[in-house]
Ligand binder design. Structure first.
Ligand code: ADP
Length: 269
């Protein structure tokens, strides 16, 4: 007997800055990984897809070999393999934490099921994912080195995967687990007067971005800017999106349960 699921899935992203020590190469933050696995297990979401970032695993190796720039010379081929290996090492810590807490997690390697075209997802094999969700598995994907029909290969971010999976699999909501409380008026790590925005519409987000591009005030930068760009695609499909601080105990749990939580809700408006 199998349990068939027909509820709309939730997509949860665990940021690379949360699950690794970004200062030390190839170092997982096991305390965070284990706590988050416990929160996920306690929340008992009926249909869940997990995506995690690369942090100090994927990024340094990919950078050393210029993977995101595409194929230039054959020495990068081994670099691609090394980047993917680094990501599978991080992924295996996550998988072990999940499965030991009775979460039926199965990793789905993006390098084997996605081809991008000029950095954007072009082909993705969805059949196994759909079948897994129906049967109650929790598919786990991550930012990875992938083949690209224009560039040879590239880096596919966990953030692009999140919005693309949410749209293609008809998700009801996205939870972005970051290392800050949500979207701020400026980078909270470098600007002490930055204020948390608890609620924002796409329209307001666009005007926020305008400020950046007009370079009057560099409000949303770095990783958060990329995240906002990606989730915009999903929000346009009416997928409710919330950013919470996954480094703080209980925030991901509350978001998964649909309880009130400190964070930023982004809506179509
Ligand atoms: P992850 O690796 O977890 O996916 P990133 O480190 O790539 O996340 O991006 C999140 C970072 O973006 C935050 O730690 C923060 O320093 C930075 N950031 C820049 N601008 C903002 C902003 N306006 N609001 C929130 N975070 C911001």
């Amino acid at each position: 007997m199998v349990r068939m699921m027909s509820v709309k899935p939730t997509v949860l992203k665990l940021g690379g800055s949360v699950i690794t020590d970004k200062e030390k190469p190839l170092t997982p933050n096991l305390e965070a990984i284990e706590r988050l696995a416990t929160e996920i297990s306690r929340a008992k979401v009926s249909s869940l897809i997990l995506v995690h970032g690369g942090g100090s695993f994927g990024h340094p190796v990919a950078e050393r070999h210029g993977i995101a720039g595409g194929f230039v010379d054959s020495s990068q081929i081994l670099g691609f393999a090394e980047t993917h290996l680094a990501m599978t090492l991080l992924n295996s810590w996550v998988m072990e934490a999940l499965i030991s807490r009775n979460i039926p997690a199965v990793e789905v390697h993006p390098s084997s099921c996605v081809v991008t075209k000029a950095d954007r997802i072009h082909n993705m094999e969805l059949k196994p994912l759909k079948k897994m969700l129906k049967m109650g598995f929790v598919p786990v994907l991550y930012g990875d080195a992938v083949l690209d029909s224009k560039k040879g290969f590239t880096i596919l971010s966990g953030d692009q995967l999140v919005s693309s999976l949410a749209i293609k699999l008809g998700a009801s909501r996205i939870i972005m687990g970051a290392d800050v409380d949500g979207l701020y008026t400026a980078d909270p790590k470098t600007n002490s007067s930055a204020q948390l925005i608890d609620h924002v519409t796409l329209e307001e987000l666009k005007s926020l971005k305008h400020k950046i591009e007009g370079s009057k005030a560099t409000d949303v930068t770095g990783g958060m800017l990329g995240k906002m760009r990606e989730v915009t695609f999903a929000i346009e499909h009416n997928i409710e999106t919330v950013i919470v601080n996954a480094t703080k105990s209980g925030r991901v749990y509350k978001a998964l349960k649909g309880e009130e939580v400190i964070g930023t809700i982004i809506e179509k408006g």
